[in-house]
Design a binder for this molecule. Structure first.
Ligand SMILES: C[S@@+](CC[C@H](N)C(=O)[O-])C[C@H]1O[C@@H](n2cnc3c(N)ncnc32)[C@H](O)[C@@H]1O
Length: 262
């Protein structure tokens, strides 16, 4: 049975925070190029949705130079890290992004990276964001459409994490059919394309091994996954991450969607 409430499967442990720092470094160039191309210059107010420890918030702030920038996340622990690492000119608010009303001023740009994949009802969230938008506001989304690895350990990891997310009503590869989910939720699509990013296997294996150390303890994994297999994939990822086991780069297609508030 799938869940009907939001559950962030990747956790908010110290190792999860370290993973988000590595993730931010790995995807910084792709996100910076996307924001610079589609973000309005010097907007009044920019919101980073599901900001985590604030890496994307600082990137948004530096790239578009908004008069005001706010990071929104449901994790008080990540928000503490975010506030500590950011200058005073960035604000952070604890809020479930699927809930209206937003406890922020209306925004004219929203950035959403690797968040919709974690929501069981992205449509409700998209409506809530439209309600928090100024007329003509821009929504900039980057979400995974697919991940391809020819190494069997990494490929199997993707099957396992997809099954875990599906158990919570979420989609690992939500970028595949995002356009249909965005339409009629208060947003008009301006552009939607796939950008394929090649990531070194050592980097991806390290990210995934860290992630597995968090979600391996999830109750759904503990109750219904083959735990010997989980341990063996974990060990295999560690070998690839250390360079002991060579592997080809991973291809990650990102859905880069730009929409305007209707
Ligand atoms: C994979 S992280 C991405 C963080 C950041 N956007 C980035 O790309 O580095 C997903 C973030 O979404 C947050 N999150 C998940 N569900 C949420 C919800 N319903 N409301 C607010 N934040 C949520 C998590 O706490 C986590 O910080």
């Amino acid at each position: 049975m799938t869940s009907t409430t939001n559950h962030y499967t990747f956790g908010e442990t110290p190792i999860a925070a370290q993973r988000l720092a590595l993730l931010a470094a790995a995807y910084q160039a792709a996100s910076e190029a996307f924001l610079a191309r589609w973000g309005p210059c010097r907007p009044e107010h920019a919101i980073d949705l599901g900001c985590g420890p604030g890496h994307t918030t600082r990137l948004l702030h530096q790239t578009l130079r908004p008069h005001r920038t706010t990071g929104v996340d449901a994790s008080p622990r990540f928000l503490e890290d975010a506030q500590r690492a950011s200058k005073q000119d960035i604000g952070f608010v604890c809020h479930d992004v699927t809930q209206e009303p937003f406890p922020t001023a209306p925004a004219d740009v929203f950035f959403c990276r690797f968040l919709l994949t974690h929501l069981h009802d992205p449509g409700t969230a998209l409506r809530a964001w439209a309600a928090a938008a100024r007329p003509g506001a821009r929504l900039l989304v980057q979400e995974t459409a697919w991940l391809r690895a020819d190494h069997p350990i990494i490929a199997r990891y993707y099957e396992l994490v997809a099954a875990l997310q599906a158990g919570y009503g979420q989609s690992l590869e939500i970028g595949v059919d995002l356009d249909g989910r965005v339409r009629s939720r208060g947003w008009k699509i301006l552009s939607s394309r796939l950008a394929v990013v090649q990531q070194p296997a050592v980097v991806m294996a390290r990210l995934h091994a860290m992630n597995m150390r968090t979600w391996g303890r999830d109750r759904l994994v503990q109750g219904s996954f083959d735990l010997d297999e989980v341990a063996s994939i974990q060990a295999g990822l560690d070998r690839i991450a250390s360079g002991e086991q060579p592997a080809h780069p991973v291809s990650n297609a990102l859905r880069e969607l730009v929409a305007v508030a209707e």
